[in-house]
Design a protein around this ligand. Structure first.
Ligand code: AMP
Ligand code: ZN
Ligand code: FE
Ligand code: FE
Length: 281
């Protein structure tokens, strides 16, 4: 059972990397992708936690913005974690998340939804990539909303007047950097229309020119129709098809292993990295 997209307390998941590995082992997962937002800070703890039966595919989910300001998530897997360009790209994104979060708290507070940056920090695990889910948790703690879900539905979604973007590479640049670092690039939930505006099918040729390897097709946020459309695009363009849970612990409803990647597709994807970089005990 191969689940290539999960989150920990290194970004906006609620399980520590150690707990995530335990959860994967007890769920029967054999290959686990660790893909925290814009960070590799959970890798070391996950590697220490690994036991026989589980293979780790270390990675990150890179937050990207297109020229038209469409938010796109790019999964990078099996890249060299020491690669300078990769780490600089992730760091720039993380650094700009602080002024971005300040602005969002100011916009909310100016509208009578009182929340401070310190309250957001209090809701964020140490060393995590600061994100809207932490703001959501702070809003829950303060009683403004009941859950992360309600916070996103009412206040924090991409169409909300309180939403502010942070610095992010274009999807093409992210793909190039991931590939230069020896890894493989899989576009995450590309047609998840309920998250807001998405890419059009027209964008794929330019992503392929940049080096895109695969498409995450089986994902909770895709309807059956969106999955079939994407499966067709992947087949036509020769891209690997993946499926994954996007597990966030209790931060989201997604259950570990609820969507999986076919072993043959994983084999192809893994062979596209520049060296064997999966981790076993
Ligand atoms: P950010 O990177 O700060 O823009 O925040 C985006 C993150 O918010 C993504 O990782 C999503 O997983 C998370 N997110 C989006 N919608 C929801 C939701 N309804 N409930 C919980 N988390 C969400
Ligand atoms: Zn997330
Ligand atoms: Fe995502
Ligand atoms: Fe994700």
């Amino acid at each position: 059972m191969i689940d290539l997209h999960t989150h920990t307390t290194s970004s906006d998941g609620t399980d520590s990397p150690h707990a995530l590995v335990n959860k994967a082992l007890s769920s029967g997962i054999t290959v686990l992708g660790l893909t925290d937002h814009d960070s590799t800070s959970g890798w070391a703890e996950a590697i220490r936690a690994i036991r026989p039966g589980l293979t780790l595919a270390l990675g990150a989910e890179v937050s990207c913005l297109t020229e038209d300001a469409v938010a796109v998530h790019m999964l990078g897997l099996l890249f060299d974690g020491e690669n300078k360009k990769m780490q600089v790209m992730l760091e720039e994104s993380r650094d700009s998340r602080l002024p971005r979060m300040r602005r969002m708290t100011e916009l909310l507070s100016a509208d009578g939804i009182d929340i401070s940056l310190d309250e957001v920090f209090a809701a964020m695990p140490e060393g995590a990539t600061l994100g809207r889910p932490h703001l959501a948790d702070a809003l829950v703690a303060k009683g403004h909303v009941k859950s992360r879900d309600e916070a996103f539905a009412e206040l924090l979604n991409n169409s909300s007047k309180y939403y502010v973007t942070h610095i992010a590479p274009s999807p093409e640049d992210a793909i190039r950097v991931i590939r230069e670092a020896g890894g493989v690039a899989v576009i995450a939930h590309p047609f998840a229309t309920r998250r807001g505006q998405t890419l059009s099918a027209m964008s794929f040729p330019s992503l392929i020119a940049a080096g895109l390897n695969g498409i995450e097709v089986d994902h909770r946020d895709h309807s059956q129709e969106e999955r079939e459309q994407l499966r067709g695009i992947a087949r036509d363009l020769g891209l690997v098809i993946t499926g994954a849970s996007d597990y966030h612990g209790t931060g989201k409803l997604n259950l570990m292993g609820e969507n999986l990647t076919d072993p043959h597709q994983w084999e192809i994807l893994e062979s596209m990295a520049d060296s064997r970089r999966t981790v076993t005990s």
